[in-house]
Design a protein around this ligand. Structure first.
Ligand SMILES: [Zn+2]
Length: 210
């Protein structure tokens, strides 16, 4: 499979998947809703997004998002409503956004345009498969789930245990399929000022939060 010039070996044998497998629920998710909130904030200030480990609460990823005004005509694209996403190591991504009508609802919703496939998305992801193991990840540019080659945990029926015994079938008829809890997306804590972030203990005011 080739995407964005990157190739990962993958094949199926006897129905089993071999190759890299990283679920999107394990990867920091940048929600379009948080970006919309920042852009709609009349104060026009950066927001700080922090992704904490769900097992020990340590900070695993952090990014500052801010309105971006500088490249109005860059690449012949519409940069109205674009945002800068800056990490603590100084790396920056510029993400375009677009307002779309809500299906079957009034009003409009802001979506993030994936910089690789240019498709408006409800979320982008900050890591991609890479490294030593088939399920290990590396930091990447913010991109959509498809371009990052991330899978849903539910893909391949991993969350559903279909019992094969007669007792299991009876149980399923009575109570439904035996399901594992569906993992939640890894959402950030959103702080609308470095002061709020410092108050919450995720950083100090002078350690590069702003
Ligand atoms: Zn994409």
């Amino acid at each position: 499979m080739v995407s964005n010039g990157r190739t990962y070996p993958r094949c199926r044998r006897g129905g089993r998947f071999f190759g890299r497998r990283v679920n999107c629920e394990q990867v920091p998710l940048l929600p379009a809703g948080a970006v919309a909130r920042m852009l709609d904030d009349p104060r026009k200030i950066p927001y700080l997004l922090v992704w904490r480990s769900r097992s020990d609460s340590t900070v695993q990823e952090a990014a500052r998002i801010a309105p971006h005004y500088e490249t109005a005509d860059f690449g012949g694209l519409d940069w109205t409503g674009a945002v800068e996403v800056k990490r603590h190591d100084g790396t920056r991504n510029f993400i375009r956004t677009v307002l779309r009508a809500r299906p079957r609802k009034s009003g409009r919703v802001r979506l993030l345009i994936c910089p690789y496939c240019s498709v408006p998305r409800r979320a982008l992801y900050g890591w991609e498969p890479g490294g030593q193991f088939t399920n290990s990840v590396t930091r990447s540019n913010w991109q959509c789930r498809s371009c990052a080659m991330l899978r849903y945990a539910s893909e391949g029926g991993a969350l559903v245990s279909r019992g094969r015994s007669s007792i299991a079938r009876l149980f399923e008829q009575r109570f439904g399929l035996l399901c594992s809890p569906r993992p939640e997306p890894w959402l950030p804590y959103v702080f609308s000022s470095p002061r709020d972030a410092a108050a919450a203990g995720v950083c100090k005011l002078n350690d590069g939060c702003s």
